[in-house]
Design a protein around this ligand. Structure first.
Ligand SMILES: Cc1cc2nc3c(=O)[nH]c(=O)nc-3n(C[C@H](O)[C@H](O)[C@H](O)COP(=O)(O)OP(=O)(O)OC[C@H]3O[C@@H](n4cnc5c(N)ncnc54)[C@H](O)[C@@H]3O)c2cc1C
Length: 603
């Protein structure tokens, strides 16, 4: 049994954390087909108020099913050509970066498993929202929230659909889709709204809810600026990324996304619109700087700090032809761990991925450093490895290429494009590695290898900081609600598995979640006081509140959640309030078994 079930049971009987609204728990949300769901006339009237931006939707793979009313071979082949294209997947309301989340267990899926098209059988709705409202303006978002609370609807909020745990999809939901809200503005010396003129100002970009990092990097570059953002151009800038924390290759120098997010416009579940920053709605501002989307409302605009562009020292290494023994892997992790705090202090941000004994991908940057300076930072690692085993490591060392790029934008336009982990059933489990751990690099390497031996296919080390300021780069951590583990973080380590067998008729396969969970469990036990990153976490994290926020932050988040969302309209897997509302058992009395009836279970 997972300890979060125990935590839920204990919290349920405590006076501190009672369910938000017992009526809402006892009377589940309205779903399509129920008499409480809006009638056709009511939906039509609502749609007219939105200028026709509401539509019903089916899984995109329906085009490929011979017997389906939507069958269309040209559209089907467009999908099958593009299903690994991250940007394409964001441009359709009904597609998700991890297609597992379009499915819902036995007999309720539309996934394609065979290369030969068209396919027989039936396409089922699965976990794909039944209706979408394509918001163009803040007013549309307000109308959506009011409609959802009036009819007590089960809803989903989707931006790009990158979430690794299906939180922007949802069985029998009406979905708000924010992708088209793409406005961007640049301002020098911006003073947050409501702050007085003598307040400190900063150069900024103001981004609509649908802006994506690739576009933002290009936009800011026109003004000679860069913005701390994700390492895939398709990730949303003003949605789940920044609301949950947001790490970047720029984090060691400039902090997390939440450190750079300076203002947001939020439509609360009540339909009220609030500007949140350091001068007004300060509790809400603190909550959305790490509390996770969409638990506190729908953000329609975010303002991020913009930083003046600087040249980038770049390191790359790639191979799919290594023949690393386990002891080679261990030596590599240990040697990397030895230099990691110094690398982070110098500003190195990047990732190292090891795919079994053969595959390696290293990418990274050090702002304001030349190629030779970056190479010098890695030299102690090379020397150590060559001293251990020259024969095995010489070819490895020669894989490293050092170069420069004039700007962050120039670096990202190639480094952050292509498929960076979407279109298939990628599964995560992760742990933040604090600076003190690097006092014993050999033990850390042992634990990471032990984790891998539990069954994960590969792992990724994200370099997010040094031992001076962790991942916060000198920003004040008390101003954000993310786990304090980031304050001393040097690495964020992710174990990966891949689901297979999403075919119609099978359940969402639990095995991959179990192996990723078991792998991360080694680090969880090794570092019980550390935390994990909400956006790239274990679907079965044992104690989500403690892992993602720490108990002190969590209790404050819960209080704010109860104030802004008294009806608990925005309930998501592992979100703030999820445990207190029964976790997986939330609304299981609904006719379809509740919003989490599509999620796998592991023992
Ligand atoms: C290929 C890939 C690369 C990634 N790279 C990075 C990286 O470099 N750094 C990093 O930190 N993370 C990274 N991630 C993880 C990423 O941060 C999360 O997937 C994040 O939740 C994506 O947010 P989104 O809004 O784009 O996606 P969505 O799936 O649309 O939304 C994610 C969550 O946020 C909510 N949400 C979305 N928009 C809003 C809004 N406007 N207001 C309120 N709630 C909202 C949704 O309801 C959902 O719960 C990556 C993910 C992928 C798939």
């Amino acid at each position: 049994m997972h300890s979060f079930l125990l935590a839920a049971a204990l919290l349920a009987i405590s006076t501190v954390a009672k369910p938000f609204n017992t009526r809402a728990s006892a009377t589940p949300r309205c779903i399509p087909g129920q008499s409480c769901f809006p009638t056709v006339n009511e939906i039509n009237a609502f749609n007219a108020s939105l200028d026709g931006q509401m539509f019903s939707q089916r899984p995109i793979e329906a085009y490929c099913y011979l017997g389906d009313p939507l069958f269309n071979l040209a559209k089907c082949s467009n999908y099958t050509t593009n299903f690994l294209n991250l940007q394409y997947l964001t441009e359709n309301s009904q597609t998700y970066e991890v297609p597992t989340w379009e499915t819902c267990g036995i007999g309720n899926s539309c996934q394609l498993t065979s290369g030969s098209l068209p396919v027989a059988g039936q396409c089922k709705q699965g976990n794909v929202p039944n209706y979408a409202v394509e918001a163009q303006t803040q007013d549309d978002v307000v109308k959506f929230m009011n409609f959802a609370s009036k009819y007590n609807l089960r809803i989903a909020i989707k931006n790009t659909g990158h979430d690794y745990q299906g939180r922007s999809a949802g069985r029998n939901t009406v979905m708000l889709w924010l992708h088209k809200m793409k406005e961007m503005n640049f301002a020098k010396s911006y003073i947050p709204q409501g702050c007085d003129a003598s307040s400190s100002s900063f150069d900024s970009v103001k981004l609509g809810a649908g802006a994506q990092w690739g576009d933002v990097y290009e936009f800011a570059h026109q003004f000679g600026y860069m913005v701390v953002g994700g390492d895939a151009n398709s990730v949303g800038a003003s949605g789940g990324w920044g609301l949950g924390g947001g790490h970047s290759f720029l984090t060691p120098n400039y902090g997390l996304g939440v450190d750079n997010m300076m203002e947001a416009t939020v439509v609360l579940p009540t339909g009220d619109v609030k500007i949140a920053n350091e001068c007004q709605n300060t509790d809400l501002f603190w909550a959305i700087r790490g509390g996770g989307g969409p638990s506190f409302g729908v953000v329609t605009e975010m303002v991020f700090k913009a930083h003046k562009e600087v040249p980038m020292g770049v390191v790359n290494a790639f191979s799919n032809g290594l023949s690393f023994t386990q002891s080679n892997q261990q030596a590599l992790i240990e040697a990397l761990a030895e230099i990691a705090p110094a690398l982070g202090n110098a500003g190195f941000g990047g990732s190292l991925e090891l795919f079994g004994p053969v595959g390696l991908v290293i990418q990274g940057i050090v702002p304001n450093k030349t190629a030779d300076e970056v190479k010098a930072l890695f030299a102690p690692m090379f020397n150590k490895l060559l001293a251990i085993n020259k024969q095995d490591f010489e070819a490895f060392v020669n894989l490293f290429q050092f170069s420069t790029q004039p700007t962050w934008y120039d670096y990202g336009k190639t480094a952050f494009s292509g498929n960076r982990g979407s279109g298939f059933g990628l599964v995560f489990a992760s742990r933040i590695i604090p600076a003190a751990t690097f006092n014993n690099p050999s033990q850390l390497a042992d634990k990471m290898i032990e984790g891998l031996q539990q069954g994960a296919l590969f792992f990724s080390i994200l370099a997010v900081g040094g031992n001076n300021t962790g991942a916060r780069a000198g920003n004040d951590p008390t101003k954000t609600s993310v786990t304090p583990a980031w304050d001393t973080a040097v690495w964020h380590v992710i174990y990966f598995s891949i689901t297979t067998g999403n075919q119609p008729g099978s359940s969402i396969p639990a095995a991959a979640y179990k192996t990723a969970h078991d792998s991360a469990e080694i680090l969880r036990q090794y570092l019980p006081d550390s935390g994990a990153y909400l956006n790239e976490s274990d679907l079965f994290e044992d104690d989500p509140p403690t892992a993602f926020w720490g108990q002190a932050n969590y209790q404050r988040l819960l209080t704010i959640k109860r104030q802004v969302d008294p009806q608990n309209l925005l309930n998501i897997w592992h979100g703030v309030g999820w445990v207190e509302n029964g976790g997986t058992s939330f609304e299981t009395s609904a006719p379809d078994g509740g919003p989490y009836s599509c999620y796998p279970t592991i023992s």
